[in-house]
Design a protein. Sequence first.
Length: 293
Amino acid sequence: MKSSRWVVLAALAAAPLFAQTAPPRVEFEVSSVKPSEQQQGYQVNVGVHIDGAQVHISSFPLKDYIRIAYQVKVYQVVGPDWLASARYDIDAKLPAGATRAQVPQMLQALLADRFQLKIHRESRDFPVYALAVASGGLKMKELPPDPDAVAVAGGGATEATAAGGPGGVTINYPGGSSFAFGNNRFEGKKLTMAYFADSMGHFLDRPVVDMTGLSGQYDFLVPLSPEDYRAIAIRSAILAGITLPPEAMRALEGTTDDSLFTAVAALGLKLDPRKAPLEALVVDDARKTPTEN
């Protein structure tokens, strides 16, 4: 099963509303953009790595680059279907004096130059699942505060890696935080509810919005029956646009889609379907083939 992955970058400081002159655009010193090589089988390795002044981003679809550049969730990016399928590698160098927090702003400039990206913002009602604490109360214990943890609210994480295959999906965040789906179980380590909501959105037919009001980190392990595990894996692959063989589709016969809801309930949480007004980043124009390096 292919993995889905995301990364949270530091929030950008807002420019003054009535600046007399536009601030200079921050750009990478040098950059290379190229289509990703086709990865074999069901294995996909993607990631964002920032090592000193070197930035390496592997096998991301354009939709994810837009999400990172403009600090929104992937479901807030609205545009043609190919935005989520065509994948690209970016190698770039930060200019002298630049910080990691400026990487999203540099990506904005790169996307405008190389993909001729044009966007606008608007408010839209999205069908979502609200992640909330169940009436019976939370069944997880909050971990003691970790001074090395990276805050989720407002960004902060500059690097995350993920890999997926037939054995499951693992996403590693800074500070030792991780989420894993594999070996007939869900497992979270030092996981915030904001990250948990994001991860759940990759297994469901609509985005998941954290409405728990919980700001701490949690460890949890939810065992799944082999049948439920297989059904969740197959449905998540279908949602990701992966073409599965007929035998995989036949494995869903006679199963229900409430396995994930039951697993979340075991943690004292619930997923409530509702609509919520969220900001949408609408892609007006973009090139599928980037301009030459």
